[in-house]
Ligand binder design. Sequence first.
Ligand SMILES: Nc1ncnc2c1ncn2[C@@H]1O[C@H](COP(=O)(O)OP(=O)(O)OP(=O)(O)O)[C@@H](O)[C@H]1O
Ligand SMILES: [Mg+2]
Length: 399
Amino acid sequence: MAKAENVVVKEISPPERWREVQREVGIIGNSESIRQLLETIDQIAPTDISVLITGESGTGKELVAKAIHLRSRRRDHPLITVNSGAIPEGILESELFGHEKGSFTGAVGPRKGYFELADKGSIFLDEIGDLPLTIQVKLLRVLEEREFMRVGGTTVHKVDVRFITATNKDLEAEVRKGNFREDLYYRLNAMHIHVPSLRERKEDIPILVKKFAQDFCRENHIEFAGFTDGAMHYLQQYHWPGNIRELRNLVEKVIVLERGNLITEYNIQKYLKLTDHDNKHLPVPLNKPKEELEREFLLRALLEIKTEIAQLRELILTGMRPQYHLGPWREEVHTIYTEEQQPEGEPEKSKSSSSVAEMEKKLIQETLMKTGGNKRKAAKLLGLSERTLYRKINKYGLR
Ligand SMILES: Nc1ncnc2c1ncn2[C@@H]1O[C@H](COP(=O)(O)OP(=O)(O)OP(=O)(O)O)[C@@H](O)[C@H]1O
Ligand SMILES: [Mg+2]
């Protein structure tokens, strides 16, 4: 038997373990808040405790969920990610819990749901705040009893799954409003992780930019001259409402459109203006005199108004206005959208309906560009439910 002093135990220090998490999942950053995040992940991952991840859109909630799964004893089993907001309500229950043959029209055979697929692994329920109350009841049962029944079934299925959930809604407020069950909230919130927004850890911006630029250029075989210090400084002044997702989109866009050039703050200003629709989030260059800044703000505000007037004019000129009962213009757009729900493959679309479809496609495309690809924000701007927007995106083959 080996003596205790001869046994070499390979101790890995906590910071080393955090770096492993960073490498495995690609959570980049050296700020204090990121270090704390990595430490929490490292502490809770090996347990089976349910985790609720909160944070603004694009902050990396899904990455954190992956990290928790990968650092857990469940890592060799599946991590099933479910975007609760994007699945049509009518099929959500059968998607989650599966169904038996003949339980509804189209159920031609029995089918496993996500819970069964996630057995022994983890389930990541994204946008948990969008779950209808009927599903919340069933979810509570899975959490408490670790069992459920398929839609149309009578057999009780046991399941061994770890719950990871995420939301960017204020769930406590949803509980107060009666939209979210309190008992479920406390169950899911056994452990809470808040992912900080990018504006709270601006010191991470240069390292993120470099990594995104390197990855993108390598994957796309692009020669890249780099960003100037001024450009980095400018990026650090910006408010980043779309967080890391917006930063990544911007870096990739600038690299493509400024191919081969050294990227300066002037190059970046061009693109931030394009993706920005909210004046209070406009970047503020700090090195300019007050009068110049004010003039710049006014000019940008005017530009925004001009764009919106142009969009309104387009709507009016294409004959939308007289056809519908009007509310505020966003509702008007909504009316157009719901009106457009024709059966797929309808023969001989009239000219006006195809131009409506084209306009709809264009508007969705533009709004997605404005929001840096963030579908939830785009849906909100367009006055659509997220589900309807997903359907439209698929219908028009948009990316
Ligand atoms: N710390 C990070 N390091 C590197 N990339 C990151 C980091 N955090 C997020 N990202 C990247 O940013 C993008 C958005 O991340 P993710 O989808 O995890 O955000 P989210 O919080 O789930 O957003 P949403 O609420 O909109 O679903 C992804 O491409 C992700 O890889
Ligand atoms: Mg997400």
